[in-house]
Design a protein around this ligand. Structure first.
Ligand SMILES: [Zn+2]
Length: 474
């Protein structure tokens, strides 16, 4: 988009945002305030579907039923009789909900805003306007993200919140996740614009940790720390980063950190973490694109997991993620959206397809990565990388009911051929008919049940208009 077109577009968008088409922003003030609007868990059976369990032993089961009661998978298979409400799954594909592993949901409000010139790029844009966000702006952005997540078949998201300007900013992110009813981790980070010479204020994360039960939405949401690490634009001093890391460990929280993106390819960033005892089972590394073979061994040895986001990594020019190399070393690996400011939409099926395609492109081999492997990264392997595979990520008796029903009876999915290839290569949010999180049906018949789509969109539009006004962003 040229600069003139861009300004024109922005003015148009601003006009839409102030046209009075929206309702007032929803401002819940207490923890778990949104839970009461969520549908009850109840009992139902999805009958006669093609079920992709993503469980190694169970595999795919045609003409199968899934019986769910009070949030738990009670029975699954061909000989399951219907109990509770019967949901006809004829002609549909049922599979676990997608597991997203790193997403700056707080900046979805800047969707597709990263421009074509250096000064309009992702980092300066997000830093400039992110510093003007109120807690309600965060709420609106995260709620928009959560609604899009559920609509497109994600049942778990990792809200990587690196714009915690105050405790209410973090609380706003949590309220939005709670109100949506999605399973999530909130990783509490630092405010945009914080100098690299200054440690992040630990008061917000400590306040959340102390009172976590009231924020966890009955255990659906867990808390972690979004850590700046040892390197951002340049090196960060130990007296700045070490107290942050130590505090996360003291609070017993998982830690997540961006590392080894292509901007500083010549500098090995993982080796110093390893040598400084800053890796472990409780640490998730984001990107790790330029990790050397020796550094991959260090990650493996430490037990750390990795999240890669080919949608943003390819878009911003970081290059290709090392998915095959990491899988070969059995490093726990998940796929992520990262940021809608770069990726436009957050359809994780599309990102998973990019993950498979980038592996095949690098190898110049049509068969390097299978469609099913890509879907595993988006379900059971992603869950393993987030430490939640004991509860979700596959469909199996005793697991929590996080599942989706895809209806391929549409122009972009007809007719059904190989299910794994079809699901990976053709699914769009419109094909996701039903989404269940912890036994609650949050999307049914193609419509969200707990969130009002027009309220979500108008709230985000109002928030963006406010940021534009405050920043004189024309
Ligand atoms: Zn990121």
């Amino acid at each position: 988009m040229c600069e003139i077109c861009r300004r024109h577009f922005i003015r148009g968008a601003a006009a839409l945002g102030t046209s009075g088409l929206f309702s007032s922003p929803l401002t819940a003030q207490t923890p778990n305030a949104g839970t009461s609007r969520l549908p009850s868990r109840g009992e139902f059976t999805i009958a006669n579907a093609y079920v992709m369990t993503m469980d190694a032993a169970l595999g795919d089961i045609a003409n199968a039923s899934v019986h769910v009661r009070n949030g738990e998978i009670i029975a699954i298979g061909r000989d399951v009789s219907s109990a509770g409400e019967r949901i006809d799954g004829t002609g549909t594909i049922v599979m676990p909900g997608l597991v997203e592993t790193h997403w700056h949901m707080w900046n979805t409000i800047f969707r597709s805003f990263a421009g074509d010139k250096a000064e309009d790029g992702y980092f300066p844009t997000v830093a400039r306007f992110g510093q003007q966000m109120t807690s309600d702006d965060i709420f609106q952005s995260t709620r928009l993200s959560a609604a899009e997540a559920i609509n497109s078949g994600m049942t778990f998201v990792h809200s990587w919140c690196h714009n915690v300007r105050s405790l209410p900013h973090a609380e706003a992110d949590l309220r939005a996740l709670s109100e949506a009813g999605i399973r999530a981790r909130h990783s509490c980070g630092w405010p945009q614009g914080l100098p690299d010479t200054q440690s992040a204020d630990q008061a917000p994360i400590e306040a959340l940790a102390k009172n976590w039960k009231s924020w966890s939405n009955e255990g659906l949401i867990t808390l972690g720390m979004g850590w700046r690490g040892q390197f951002r634009v340049g090196p960060i001093k130990p007296e700045v980063y070490q107290p942050e890391f130590d505090n996360a460990r003291k609070l017993g929280l998982p830690i997540t950190v961006h590392v080894a993106s292509a901007a500083h390819r010549a500098i090995n960033q993982i080796e110093p973490l390893y040598k400084g005892h800053l890796l472990g089972k409780d640490v998730q590394l984001i990107h790790a694109l330029t990790a050397t073979p020796a550094e991959l061994d260090m990650i493996k040895e430490s037990g750390a997991s990795v999240s890669v986001s080919p949608g943003s990594e390819l878009r911003i020019g970081y290059g290709y993620p090392q998915i095959s190399e990491m899988l070969a070393k059995h490093i726990p690996l998940g796929i992520s959206v990262d940021t809608s400011a770069l990726t436009g939409n957050s359809n994780l099926f599309g990102v998973l397809k990019l993950a498979r395609d980038s592996e095949n492109a690098r190898a110049e081999n049509e068969f390097k990565m299978s469609a099913r492997q890509a879907l595993e990264l988006g379900t059971i392997e992603g869950a393993r990388s987030m430490g939640i595979d004991d509860r979700v990520g596959s469909l199996k008796v005793g697991k929590r009911a996080d599942l989706i029903m895809i209806n391929p009876n549409a122009l972009n999915m007809a007719v059904v051929t190989d299910p794994a290839h079809l699901v990976l290569e053709a699914t769009t949010p419109e094909n996701v008919d039903t989404v269940v999180v912890d036994g609650r049906i949050l999307k049914r018949g193609g419509k969200l049940t707990a969130l009002d789509t027009s309220e979500v969109i108008s709230g985000a539009r109002t928030a963006l208009a406010g940021i534009r006004e405050r920043t004189k962003w024309r």
